[in-house]
Design a protein around this ligand. Structure first.
Ligand SMILES: *Cc1c(COP(=O)(O)O)cnc(C)c1O
Length: 376
């Protein structure tokens, strides 16, 4: 909790629930990454928090942007991002959206399949393209599964094909999985990328860029290594596999730039038990999976939660949201406890909620308004 957010919550007393994002923290996180990874160009993954306030500020600091849709292209352009600082990083794009981005001047695109390459060749001729390779995402608290990327044998062929189609085969990308806690994953990924560089070299193609994706953490219930340890792991992997001949490096942080900058304030709506002899209390909040805490799916992301009564004796709880959907349970198995003195109407503060909350909040599910956000 930053002093600035604490003061805002005390003085403004915004209606519950809401998230308050301290832009100073986002700025510090950006500078931290730039400091520890000076050779990498930062492309902020807009989906983590697409607030114009954040895009505008990062644009002013010189950041580049990773976008996934026409809407995100427009968001960036409208907030002062030049087209040559935008990467269209989604491997699943409509032809019309590629054509739109191309017309606006975007010249950097991701792909992981022949079908996508053909679209790019048709409506984004001559663009720089990079192939996303498949990762297992071991060690990630929010893995990205097999949805994105292809095996490197296929990536090799696709990059050769990119040149045949008149595109510029620029490089390789991967994402080791979001909230990655195993620093060794970058070594595996960069090793694969370097193999592709060698294979393409043999085919007469000189790749020039490695896109190291996101995966850098926010601080949830468990401790995470410091950003400099991640930077060390990345640079160690790069020099180990590429030697002194380093290609251009891109990173696409989302969570690590904005996650810790946000505090979500919510309220206890109901405390109950399911039977006379059960110990566990059910604590229902006015925010749940559909109000912005979607990453509690399978109890994957475990937020730190504070109450005004912390320090009193605590006991096990199940935490749930307010909607009439039975999936709207936040934590049942993760072993959360709350003070026994907790009362209906108490405020709770959910920490590190600046990433993947407002952007996941439903528009009006069950009549609950979308998560309100303040940027200070
Ligand atoms: C979501 C996403 C990111 C951001 O990942 P974080 O783990 O939040 O940093 C980066 N790159 C791509 C292509 C993404 O889809």
């Amino acid at each position: 909790m930053t002093a600035k957010i604490a003061r805002f919550l005390d003085e403004v007393r915004p209606a519950s629930p809401c998230v308050v994002v301290d832009l100073d923290v986002v700025r510090d996180n950006y500078h931290g990454l730039r400091h520890w990874l000076p050779l990498a160009t930062v492309y902020y993954a807009v989906k983590a928090n697409p607030a114009p306030e954040i895009v505008r500020m990062l644009a002013g600091l010189g950041s580049s942007f990773d976008v996934a849709s026409r809407g995100e292209v427009d968001l960036c352009l409208e907030n002062g991002v030049p087209a040559d600082r935008i990467s269209f990083g989604n491997t699943i794009k409509k032809v019309s959206d590629i054509a739109y981005a191309y017309a606006k001047g975007v010249r950097l695109y991701a792909f992981d399949s022949d079908g996508e390459l053909e679209k790019l060749a048709e409506v984004a001729p001559g663009s720089k393209v990079f192939c996303r390779i498949l990762m297992t995402c071991d060690g990630a608290e929010w893995p990205l599964s097999r949805k994105f990327g292809c095996e490197i044998e296929m990536a090799r062929d696709l990059l050769v094909r990119a040149r045949e189609l008149g595109l510029d085969p620029y490089g390789v990308s991967f994402h080791v999985g979001s909230q990655q806690t195993d620093l060794g994953q970058w070594d595996i990924a960069v090793g694969k990328a370097a193999m592709l560089f060698t294979a393409l070299n043999e085919a007469g193609i000189n790749l020039r860029m490695v896109n190291l994706g996101g995966g850098f953490p926010a601080r949830y219930r468990s401790d995470v290594p410091a950003v400099e340890r991640y930077a060390d792991a990345v640079m160690h992997a790069m020099t180990k596999h590429f030697g002194n001949d380093l290609p251009a490096m891109i990173i696409e942080p989302g969570r690590s730039l904005v996650g810790d900058a946000g505090i979500l304030e919510a309220e206890v709506v109901l405390i109950s038990k399911k039977s006379y002899d059960e110990e566990v209390r059910w604590v229902y909040l006015d925010i749940g999976k559909f109000g912005g805490l979607a990453e509690t799916m399978d109890e994957a992301i475990k937020y730190r939660i504070q109450t005004e009564r912390d320090g009193d004796r605590s006991a096990p709880v199940v935490l749930a949201g307010p909607t009439c959907d039975s999936a709207d349970i936040l934590y049942e198995k993760a072993g959360y406890e709350m003070p026994v003195t907790l009362k209906v109407g108490d405020k709770v503060r959910i920490l590190s909620t600046g990433a993947y909350t407002t952007s996941y909040s439903a528009v009006n599910f069950n009549g609950f308004a979308p998560l309100k956000a303040y940027f200070i």
